[in-house]
Design a protein around this ligand. Structure first.
Ligand code: DC
Length: 229
């Protein structure tokens, strides 16, 4: 077992896990947080929650001005227990609702709106606070917390990502899942504000041929090294 959890600086450690859609960021980040006794923040869930709320309010998610004007309105609260993360919007737990096809299709354009990013950036930095947390997203190591002690860029081949994501959702249509993942990657990497990119100082982990346990082990080893440094 790692001894990192008992070393003195683990309490303030921040591990940033960025990467493409479906590369295994969530399972990996939760596993690392559990192993090291850290909190866990899923920033993608925050963008999804904002998107869910806009759709519920009947706001046209393709109308950038309307999205920008509304971005400050919902309250969004993230529960950071890696064993039971939660996401609550205006008092409603939307943990399941934010994984719908409707949200999948709208979340990348919503995430490209600077006012949405600015609002969620404040909430993300507030949640990170004093640290002791694994944070997953697209711009954590580059924008949200560039001073993170450990930065990981997680990737996997599109085929592997689509197969894993389809299996997770209990579906069978790998081709359409792959199309949806690649479309999100295209928008997330191409947007002007805080695009998906490999942050300076990030370690690239390609999970295509690794098991989840192997990916977790690698990041725990990096974190343990950062603790000693
Ligand atoms: O990780 P995810 O698939 O749940 O993220 C959903 C979307 O949220 C993703 O397509 C882009 C956006 N996102 C972002 O722009 N910045 C982040 N830090 C996290 C997610």
């Amino acid at each position: 077992m790692s001894t990192a959890a008992s070393t003195s600086r683990t309490g303030s450690l921040v591990i940033a896990v960025d990467g493409t859609s479906g590369s295994g960021k969530s399972s990996t980040s939760r596993g690392v947080a559990e192993r090291l006794g850290l909190r866990y923040l899923d920033t993608g869930a925050m963008f999804r929650a904002m998107t869910w709320w806009l759709l519920r309010e009947g706001i046209d998610v393709r109308d950038e001005a309307a999205v920008a004007a509304a971005a400050g309105r919902p309250t969004i609260e993230s529960g950071t227990d890696p064993l039971a993360p939660t996401i609550v919007v205006d008092g409603t737990d939307v943990s399941v609702a934010i994984r719908s096809d409707e949200v999948n299709a709208a979340v990348s354009p919503v995430s490209a709106v600077p006012e949405v990013r600015g609002r969620l950036l404040d909430l993300q930095r507030e949640a990170i606070g004093e640290g002791g947390i694994v944070v997953e997203g697209r711009d954590i190591g580059s924008v949200v917390w560039p001073q993170a002690e450990v930065k990981v860029y997680l990737s996997a081949d599109p085929d592997a990502r689509a197969q894993r994501r389809t299996a997770e959702q209990g579906g069978t249509d790998v081709a359409s899942t792959q199309q949806s993942l690649l479309e999100r990657d295209r928008i997330d990497s191409g947007r002007a504000t805080a695009p998906l990119t490999m942050a300076e100082g990030a370690v690239h982990v390609d999970s295509t041929h690794l098991t989840l346990a192997e990916v977790i082990d690698r990041i725990v080893a990096l974190a343990t090294g950062a603790e000693r440094a």
